[in-house]
Design a protein around this ligand. Structure first.
Ligand code: RIB
Ligand code: CA
Length: 353
């Protein structure tokens, strides 16, 4: 649902559990108009990402938002997926409704370009998966950086450990070449003054997003905001216990998040879930929700131990123009308040409208 000053947003996702939460946040936000969804392989293969994106739009009763299919493989590596983290179909235990929605006839790189041309200088880009399709789009349309009003990326890890190798974060690790190309393209656009500083990507790395720890108690607040009958989850529940929420969106989010809680618990991180992508979506709509520092970022491509590592040149050793705003701090409570006050009423309206 969007109103007159809604900002056009294009989301490039590898829908997985937290990508799904990010898409729901955008659809529920009245200051955003989701004008396109690109599907990039990552958490699950690209065709499953497509199915998840189409089914999620149906679940949210969204309009006819174009969903495109992205590249099957990263630029240089072979595709890796993460069903252990997000479940065999990428959405944990959640099941999505049947529908007759179809993919666009054109691919995701083309979809980026079409959306940017349709909303020149106004389109907000969000990437919460590998950067393959954004890199391909920038090859197809070299003006892309100046056609976007803003770009938010969930990816990387800055002065912080990785979650895929000891030093690399999943989205960057799946396609390091694409990430390096994106940072280089936006860096060159900044150096040539083709873009303003605010058009540089705001990058939400694990150092930032792992502050956003969803717990069963917070998820209960969401169900309450949707006036949904729901039972608070517990680590003591049998694995795979299904939500009994009487709201279809809350039920799907609870079933998706339970798998994610179980994964984090098994990793020794507690019965919680880091909401990487929803934070990036909130940043896309309002960069002021996080503290950032502008610097130059690059990606290690040839390191035996460090391929996929994102490096921030805080001490300006490289002498290159800043090409990113790195998220360095966030107030988790402020984020969860905003998430719940948007998604809760949206979910309620799905059943009480
Ligand atoms: O490393 C976290 C990121 O990888 C998130 O976007 C998650 O959805 C996965 O894509
Ligand atoms: Ca993702």
């Amino acid at each position: 649902m969007a109103h007159h000053e809604a900002l056009p947003v294009f989301a490039d996702v590898d829908t997985g559990v937290d990508d799904a939460m990010a898409l729901v946040y955008l659809i529920a936000s009245s200051d955003a108009e989701l004008v396109g969804v690109a599907s990039t392989g990552g958490n699950v293969d690209v065709d499953q990402v497509c199915r998840n994106n189409l089914g999620l739009l149906e679940l949210c009763r969204a309009g006819d938002i174009p969903v495109s299919r992205g590249a099957e493989q990263p630029l240089a590596d072979t595709m890796r997926t993460a069903e252990d983290t997000h479940g065999p179909a990428g959405l944990g235990y959640a099941e999505l409704p049947a529908h007759d929605r179809k993919l666009t006839s054109y691919d995701s790189a083309e979809a980026w370009v079409r959306a940017a041309h349709a909303h020149p200088g106004e389109l907000i880009g969000l990437v919460t998966g590998p950067l393959t399709n954004l890199a391909l789009a920038a090859r197809a349309e070299p003006e892309l950086p100046s056609l976007l009003r803003r770009l938010a990326i969930m990816g990387g890890s800055f002065d912080y450990r990785g979650n895929t190798t000891p030093v690399s974060e999943w989205n960057i690790s799946v396609d390091p070449e694409a990430a390096a190309e994106v940072f280089a393209v936006w860096g060159r656009a900044a150096e040539s003054k083709a873009i303003e500083p605010h058009q540089l990507p705001t990058v939400c790395g694990l150092n930032l997003t792992e502050n956003i720890a969803l717990t069963p108690a917070i998820l209960s607040r969401l169900a309450n905001a949707a006036e949904a009958s729901s039972v608070a989850m517990s680590v003591l529940d049998a694995r795979g216990t299904r939500s009994v929420a009487d709201n279809p969106l809350i039920r799907a989010l609870e079933d998706a998040m339970r798998f994610y809680f179980e994964f984090h618990f098994d990793q020794g991180e507690g019965y919680l879930a880091h909401l990487h992508d929803p934070l990036a979506a909130a940043v896309a709509l309002d960069p002021g929700i996080v503290a950032t520092r502008a610097t130059t970022v690059d990606v290690e491509l040839t390191g035996t131990l460090t391929r996929g590592m994102t490096i921030a040149d805080w001490s300006r050793r490289w002498g290159r123009e800043p090409n990113a705003h790195i998220g360095v701090d966030v107030d988790p409570a402020a984020f969860f308040d905003r998430f719940i006050e948007r998604v809760g009423p949206f979910a309620r309206r799905l059943v009480h409208s």
